[in-house]
Every structure is written in C-alpha cells, then in structure tokens.
Design a binder for this molecule. Sequence first.
Ligand code: NAD
Length: 353
Amino acid sequence: KSFKKVIIVTGGAGFIGSHVVRRLVTRYPEYQVVNLDLLTYAGNLENLRDVEAAPNYQFERGDITDESGMTALFEKYPVDGVIHLAAESHVDRSISDPLQFVKTNVLGTANLLNVARKAWKNNFDGKRFYHVSTDEVYGSLGESGFFTEETAYDPRSPYSASKASSDHFVMAYYHTYGLPVVMSNCSNNYGPYHFPEKLIPLMIHNIMKEKPLPVYGKGENIRDWLFVEDHAAAIDLIFHQGKTGDKYNIGGFNEWKNIDLVMLLCEIMDRKLGREEGASAKLITYVTDRPGHDLRYAIDAAKVNRELGWAPSLQFEEGLERTVDWFLANTGWVEHVTSGAYQKYYQEQYGSH
Ligand code: NAD
C-alpha cells in the first residue's frame, strides 16, 4: 500500500510521543506513521496497545545515536517528515548521569539531523524536520514575566543544557544547510501514560498506596501545566502549518505552585477514594530541594495562538480529574511499566522488532 506521507516519530513509545503517534495514526489514515524508539526504561509499547494493529502504524526499534541504524531506516522508508521526541527527559536523572543526556539529546539529535539531510540529498521539497523541545531551555523566572520565543536561552540543569544544545543544532541545520526545520518549546505536560517517576503520577500513585508524598524544598517552585493531548494537538498543527525555520512556545496559561498542585491532587483523590477530607494531605513530607532547582517557568503561548489558532482545550481541574480517573482505572499499567514486564512479554511475543 502506498501512503501519501511517511512520518517517523522518534520516542513514540514515551509519554508525549505515544499521544502524538495515536493522534496521527487515527486522524491521518493516509499517512504511514513509523514509531522509532529504543525502548529505554521510559518507552513502553503498552502505551500504544490500542493502535498497534492499525495498517498505517509501524514500530521500529532503534537508537537515534546510531548512524548506520538511522541511515538504514531512511533507506527502508521514503521519509517525508520527522517528528523528533526521543530524549532522556527526567531532570533528576540528568543530575545523577549528565553524560547520558549529552549522548541521547545532543549527539542523538545531531545524528538524526545529519542522517535526514544526507538521505534527502539536499532536496527538501515536501520535507519537514520537527524538533520537540522544552521551556526549560529559557532558565528560571522571578515572580513576574514570561518566556517568549525571543527570550535568550539560559539553561541551568544538565537536562535543559542538553535540550538547549539540541535546539541550537536544529537551527544550525536550518541556517547552514537549509534543512526545513520547525520547533516548539512546551511547558510541563501531564495526563494518561505519564511515567510514574514524574511529579503528578508519582503523587497519584503514592496517595493510592498511602505512601509519603515527597515535596522539594517548601513546594514554592512554580510550573505551567498542559494536558498532554493538547500538546499533541499543537504538535499536529505546527507540523502541518508552522512556518519553516520558526519556533513556537506552547503552554497552558496555567501556573501552579508545586505545593498547591499537590494539595489539589490530595483533595481530588480523597473524594475519588472515599477518604476523609484531609487524609491524603497528611502524607505530604518536605524533602531537600533539588540542586539548582529553577524557581518559576511561565510560557507566553500567544504566537501559536495568534498565528495558528491553537489554545488549550481543557481547564486544569478537568484535566487532572481525567488523569486521576485514568490512573485509578489503569493500576496494572503502572505495575507493568515499572517492572518492565510488558517489554519482556512483547519481546517474547514479537521478537525485538
Ligand atoms: P519520555 O521520557 O516519556 O519518552 C522518551 C522516549 O524516547 C522513550 O520512549 C524512550 O524509549 C525514547 N528514547 C530514549 N533514548 C532513545 C534513543 N537513544 N533512541 C531512540 N529512542 C530513545 O519523554 P516525554 O516526557 O514524552 O518527552 C518527549 C519529548 O518532549 C522530549 O524531547 C522532551 O524533552 C520533550 N518535552 C517534554 C515535556 C514534559 O513535560 N514531559 C515538556 C516539554 C518538552
């Protein structure tokens, strides 16, 4: 069967990538969607169980840092577009193992750009390389102000430094070789399939199990939160309509102090679990702050709204309710992804490809 377009989504088995793959596979049956993922601890094919049988979906296991592997992938598929999400994504892990972040995020991105440029033989008609990045590249804000697309980069953690570097390589390939790139920088995502080491799913999980709820410092850090399906919708829109060589900030217009967010989650969970009011909040324990913990991130998403008409579709309370409901209905998922049981099962079922 021939497809109108072939799109490689890297990191498609991860949290955001799986929502992007699901959206493309279901909305665009005329596209072939190839999910390229190494299946590290963060990648789980179980996230895509509902679409894995679709005729326009294909999984390929591979490493973005592997030059010959990525070249072979571009030889196997007539690739029109890349949506690049594969990365190491957890700030705490970047503090304990920074070089892994340099390898995957910097070298991996540069390798993909290079392989794409060579495979496309400098003929970029109808091609597009979309790089998905974070607002953390902008550094930290005080009490006021917002990050715009013009804000100078000022990364503070090994994670954000590696993402900032990858963003620079993307723009360098645009300016130097004319590679048709587009990029977005998004605030914190939350929603179904969120790996349980991150704040919101960790809190939901611990509240369920009545385990302590670790909050960094005094819980004063402020983050902007966006429902993951709204991010996937923005990526879809920018991939199709974003201006080549341009970048777009994506955010939820939704700032929360960590402690207020945890309190809100406790209230929702008390209600859902039929616990006494205030029961879950008693589990909160303050732990030593993360070193170099950025105080506040706030993103100005006016450009993507003005130029492409994107806006978040969900209120935060509604998004959180949906997220909590999903985690309560999918307790088996958390157990599988943390034990790696599904990956083992899948390999036994299907081999490594
Ligand atoms: P994630 O950790 O859930 O998923 C990352 C995926 O990449 C996993 O499936 C993993 O197996 C895969 N991967 C890792 N190394 C690889 C390699 N060498 N080759 C191929 N695949 C590899 O991450 P996420 O939270 O879904 O984030 C996806 C992207 O979005 C990242 O680039 C991240 O920087 C960016 N981002 C995330 C957020 C957020 O709140 N989570 C916000 C803004 C931007």
